[in-house]
Ligand binder design. Structure first.
Ligand SMILES: [Fe+2]
Ligand SMILES: [Fe+2]
Length: 179
């Protein structure tokens, strides 16, 4: 969404479309960022999770295009400043050096911020679609919302079952005297 220019809010339908355009931009940025996250992951499980979510993310782009078509409008991107920021934080991790397990923990931290942002965006768009009587759009948005939630849960599971354990052990081994 535009942050620094004046935008008029007169039509709920237009607001709905604006939300879709914001998500459309965010998802396309993610299709470029996720391969870099996967490439930077040390853990096979984490790399696979990023690859799987890349495939899902390509589907999210397609679903949004289907929704635009159903609404009779051309797909358009509205620059998502928030996603640009979240991705640039992720790229800082991708470019970072140091212990592989701690870097993996940092990748998960960045990726989960992205998922929560998407969960928020899709929840709102789904509710708008329902209120506007756009059942088909609401169903597609709900499908993506469910995949975002599952991706987030999977990252939590990977973090808590292995990555954070390894990262904490590494910290104790190398920097124990500092704490
Ligand atoms: Fe997505
Ligand atoms: Fe996602």
């Amino acid at each position: 969404m535009k942050l620094f220019t004046s935008t008029e809010f007169n039509s709920f339908q237009d607001l709905f479309v604006n939300q879709l355009e914001d998500l459309y931009d965010a998802e396309q940025r993610l299709t470029k960022a996720l391969p870099k996250m996967a490439g930077a992951a040390n853990s096979n499980q984490l790399r696979q999770a990023f690859h799987q979510h890349l495939t899902e993310t390509q589907g999210h782009v397609s679903r949004l295009e289907t929704t635009f078509r159903q609404l009779g409008i051309d797909p358009k991107r509205e620059t998502c400043q928030a996603m640009k920021g979240l991705i640039s934080e992720g790229e800082e991790v991708v470019d970072g050096t140091g212990d592989p397990s701690i870097k993996d923990a940092a990748l998960i931290a960045a990726a989960q911020r992205v998922e929560h942002y998407e969960i928020s965006g899709y929840g709102t768009a789904r509710s708008f679609a329902l209120r506007l009587g756009r059942k088909e759009a609401a169903d597609l948005l709900q499908q993506t919302l469910d995949e975002e939630k599952t991706a987030d849960q999977k990252l939590t599971q990977i973090a808590e079952s292995s990555i954070n354990v390894q990262a904490a052990a590494q910290t104790t081994a190398t920097a124990g005297s500092r704490y």
